[in-house]
Write a protein that binds this ligand. Structure first.
Ligand code: PLP
Length: 371
């Protein structure tokens, strides 16, 4: 016992001011009730390949008492083969979210309070894009430069960017294809952006398997470019939390120094390795999703929705009257979950994940009832 007496300790005073001010990330709802059609978090509607489930089941034995491979080395080797690079070009994370967070700690200096703005402590990203970026920036205590996308959620022209974009920012996040709009970007435009940038650029390709182009070559060509990929969406492994960055070995090494020593759990490593053995299965699913995406787009457009072109496994749509929030409620009453963002530029829209054929039929039936 401490001899010193004190009044009641207020635990609030124990929290860093930065953390008290923080608005945490709001994930899409994971419902407790069954029989809901989940079109709200861009999960893949198809299960992992049967061979993936088998490999993971087979790995559940006495080995669970052992630590996993600390660098996910066998997986890095397989990924290096896949992307035509070296294991030293790859770092694996507990979901790509973990790596995005690491990047804000590794490549930017936290801004000193009231200090003049310095590009070294600036993280920038487009709006709208992945709603996790602002949260990661707040946690890291870095300055944010938020740049609006141009018409159709396209990247503004270099001339338009001159006024708003910081070409010396320590770190820039680009969601490509874009979420929540689904807009795709050409590798040419992305390369021009990366070339003009003095700091690190992360091309967040979470949805790239549903797109026409990918920008992986830029990560292997430009020393300041990292490409972020994940097994979550395209490879049906959200549950396992596994993603990776590809880029210059010096950047990769820096991230490697800061990550937890056993950041990627063993079953996730087994699952991801097995997924790479069954790419044909996943490619078939991508095709199905892309085909259905175009049919649902057409059907919604005929019903009076504005449908944005999509290079992802979801659609951003503007429903006709009443309004997006009323639509959200109506669909929910029909046991269908979609996503609505209370954010500038997307408030009038709903984001709808492409599910199975059956799920999208139910969705369209529900839509027709309200139209
Ligand atoms: C889902 C998503 C991620 C995160 O993926 P995880 O690997 O599951 O952490 C990253 N970026 C974007 C744009 C996403 O939509």
């Amino acid at each position: 016992m401490s001899g010193r007496r004190r009044g009641k300790l207020d635990p609030e005073t124990l929290i860093r001011p930065l953390v008290k001010r923080l608005h945490a990330y709001v994930p899409g709802e994971q419902p407790k009730v069954k029989n809901l059609i989940k079109l709200n978090t861009n999960e893949n509607p198809y299960p992992p390949a049967p061979g993936v489930l088998k490999a993971m089941r087979d790995a559940v034995d006495g080995r669970l008492r052992l630590y996993p491979n600390p660098t996910a080395q066998p997986l890095r080797e397989r990924l290096a083969e896949l992307h035509g690079c070296f294991p030293e070009n790859i770092v694996v994370g507990n979901g790509s979210d973990e790596l995005l967070a690491l990047a804000t700690r590794v490549f930017v200096e936290p801004a000193a309070r009231n200090a003049p703005r310095r590009s070294k402590s600036v993280v920038q990203y487009f709006s709208p894009s992945y709603s996790l970026y602002p949260v990661l920036c707040s946690i890291a205590g870095v300055t944010q430069n938020v740049v609006p996308l141009a018409k159709g959620y396209s990247i503004p022209s270099p001339r338009a960017m001159k006024a708003t974009w910081d070409h010396r920012a320590g770190l820039s996040f680009v969601t490509t294809p874009n979420a929540p709009s689904g807009a795709g970007y050409s590798t040419r435009r992305l390369e021009a952006l990366c070339r003009a940038q003095e700091g690190v650029v992360i091309l967040d390709e979470a949805y790239v398997d549903f797109a026409e182009e990918n920008a992986m070559s830029l990560a292997l060509k430009h020393p300041n470019v990292l490409v972020s990929r994940t097994f979550s969406k395209a490879y049906s492994l959200c549950f396992q939390r596994i993603g990776y960055f590809v880029g210059h070995p010096v950047l990769i090494q820096a991230l490697d120094k800061v990550r937890d020593s056993y950041n990627v759990n063993g079953l996730a490593q087994v699952g991801a390795m097995a997924a790479l053995d069954h790419l044909a299965y996943y490619r078939k699913n991508f095709k199905k999703i892309i085909g259905l995406r175009s049919r649902v787009s057409g059907a919604l457009a005929r019903l009076g929705f504005e449908v944005l072109p999509s290079q992802t496994n979801f659609l951003l749509v503007r429903p006709p009257a009443p309004n997006a929030q009323a639509w959200l409620k109506h669909l929910r009453e029909d046991h269908i979950l979609v996503r609505w963002f209370d954010a500038p530029g997307v408030r009038d829209y709903l984001r709808v994940t492409i599910g199975t054929e059956e799920e999208m039929k139910s969705f369209l039936r529900s839509v027709k009832r309200l139209v």
